[in-house]
Design a protein around this ligand. Structure first.
Ligand SMILES: [Zn+2]
Ligand SMILES: [Zn+2]
Length: 87
């Protein structure tokens, strides 16, 4: 699955850039689906990383998963096939 900033297309490189505002933990937010590994806070918004080549925008975490819509479409197509529904 491709992960990239919806605003500037920067792709996370697996390094720990994100800081939890509650407990100060620094981690790679894409390794935990935006959940702080220390205090378990779930983040809905993920900021881009300008110091690594990204932009200054923040986007909903799910919007970073660029193939999500396509995967969903494929799953829907399989279900439609299975039930024999007219598309
Ligand atoms: Zn935390
Ligand atoms: Zn960006």
């Amino acid at each position: 699955m491709k992960i990239a900033c919806p605003k500037c297309n920067w792709e996370p490189d697996g390094k720990a850039y994100w800081v939890c505002s509650d407990c100060g933990t620094i981690w790679d937010t894409f390794s935990t689906a935006a959940r702080c590994p220390s205090c378990k806070r779930q983040y809905k918004i993920t900021a881009c990383v300008p110091e690594a080549g990204g932009c200054h925008e923040a986007s909903p975490h799910l919007d970073w998963y660029t193939d999500l819509d396509r995967l969903l479409e494929e799953e829907l197509a399989k279900i439609r096939e299975r039930v024999g529904a007219a598309v």
